[in-house]
Design a protein around this ligand. Structure first.
Ligand SMILES: [Zn+2]
Length: 453
């Protein structure tokens, strides 16, 4: 139970938190455009120190944003929470679709708007507000806290693997609260326990030295056809991926998985309407649909490139063609293994000419459903937000969580909502969630501090 004094202090600190978030949102920390790093580091080190934390700025490879590390140890024997956040954001373009400028926070209809509000600057400030409020109320923190703040999550966390290897001991903790988290459309808080892995790549093929007159297509192979046939060999209309061994490491659902699937609410009718869709793939519904969403890997086509793409007709036999694809992987699939299997598949099916270009990605990450702290975090969310927390086996997006889950359980808990527009124009969070988010973090700290686990 959150002490009254602490809850009141968090209310009292809310204007400070809103103001701090406004300043933080005004920093255009777009890693893809190499903007705002120095400003972010200066701003964050100041705020972290103001909240009583010891701060280190740790250099990474030259030209890359540093990792900011901060900690407060109250008692070496107390439990420790690690917070992972990133200070970079996605580019704000297209700018004309923003109601107010992306890097000038604006408050409308109970929401605060700005690039990074939900992913993930708002969450960081709720965490700091919780810590500051303990301090301001004259209460000792019930746990030790640590922060790892990186500056290149949105461009693939390039420096993080090395950082994690080098500072494994320094960041040791009992649990990690992940950068973001969401509520569903009815305000039910979600607790996500992992994330899918991803491989992005491009399949390419080239047949001739130059583009040709399409009349030659009767005797000269067409690279776009080559790709079409290759694609057809990868997945059929039954939606099953045909790469040999692709599903080999996919976990079977156990009793606990099935129990978790039952408590997930998903308004299919509403979603179908929102998407302008008649039915989901394979006509799936109910439990089968939820199981597929959380537990099955996917192969997605992102774009096809080749030949004439302009207005009107043009006959041409293109010299090359390419297709951008991504795989969404589930525990315990491994990107390197899947890429090897993809190569083997193409070779075996007669597509040695098709290259696999610029493959990058992350492995999946998973905190087991039976981890001892799942209940603790879910109870804190249920109590603070007043609605039963929904446990999700994983978060459908991807991130560098795989670097943390071998060391400690990771929990996605945050103040996003379904219309938060992360990575899109008019990104926002509800101010009411922003306040409750700080209380939820305080409640988790309190419970962990008193936990006998
Ligand atoms: Zn993020």
């Amino acid at each position: 139970m959150l002490p009254k004094k602490l809850s009141a202090q968090i209310n009292k600190n809310h204007p400070w938190a809103v103001n701090t978030l406004k300043k933080y949102l005004s920093i255009p920390s777009v890693s893809a455009q190499k903007r705002g790093t120095r400003e972010s580091v200066r701003f964050l080190t100041g705020i972290l120190r103001q909240c009583g934390l010891k701060v280190r700025v740790i250099k990474t490879k030259s030209g890359h944003p540093p990792v900011i590390y901060a900690e407060k140890t109250v008692n070496p024997r107390a439990k420790t929470i690690l917070f992972y956040n990133h200070y970079d954001v996605q580019p704000a373009e297209p700018l004309e679709l923003w109601t107010t400028p992306p890097f000038k926070a604006a408050i409308r209809n109970g929401k605060i708007f700005g690039r990074g509000a939900s992913d993930n600057k708002g969450n960081l400030i709720t965490r700091l507000n919780a810590i500051k409020s303990f301090h301001d109320a004259g209460l000792e923190l019930p746990v030790n806290v640590k922060f790892v703040l990186e500056g290149e999550e949105e461009v693939g966390s390039r420096s993080l693997p090395l950082f994690m290897k080098k500072y494994r001991k320094m960041i040791a903790a009992d649990m990690c609260i992940w950068e973001l988290g969401f509520h569903d459309e009815n305000g039910r808080p979600k607790l996500s326990l992992g994330c899918k892995g991803i491989i992005h790549t491009e399949l390419t093929t080239r047949t001739t030295r130059t583009d040709l007159h399409s009349s030659l297509g009767i005797i000269v192979p067409n690279p776009a056809w080559r790709l079409a046939w290759a694609l057809n060999s990868l997945k059929g209309a039954d939606e099953r991926i045909r790469i040999k061994g692709f599903y080999q490491h996919v976990r079977r659902l156990d009793r606990l998985d099935r129990k978790v699937v039952r408590q997930i609410s998903f308004d299919e009718k509403k979603k179908l309407k929102e998407l302008g869709l008649k039915k989901f793939v394979l006509g799936l519904k109910g439990k089968a649909l939820i199981q597929r969403f959380y537990y099955q890997p996917a192969l997605n086509i992102n774009g096809l490139i080749g030949g004439y793409q302009g207005k009107g007709n043009k006959t041409v036999l293109p010299k090359e063609a390419a297709i951008k694809i991504d795989f969404r992987l589930v525990p315990n699939q491994n990107p390197t293994d899947i890429l090897k299997k993809l190569r083997r598949h193409l070779d075996r099916e007669g597509f040695k000419d098709i290259g696999i270009k610029d493959a990058t990605g992350y492995p999946p990450a998973r905190t087991p459903l039976n981890n001892q702290y799942v209940k603790l975090v879910a109870e804190a969310q249920t109590k603070i937000y007043g609605k039963r927390a929904m446990i999700e086996p994983l978060f459908a997006a991807s991130g560098p969580m795989y670097l943390f889950t071998p060391l400690m359980p990771c929990f996605c808990e945050g103040v996003g909502h379904p219309a938060s527009n992360i990575h899109a124009p008019d990104e926002n969070i509800y101010l009411k969630d922003f306040l409750l988010g700080a209380k939820c973090i305080a409640e988790i700290m309190n419970k962990l501090g008193g936990s006998k686990i």
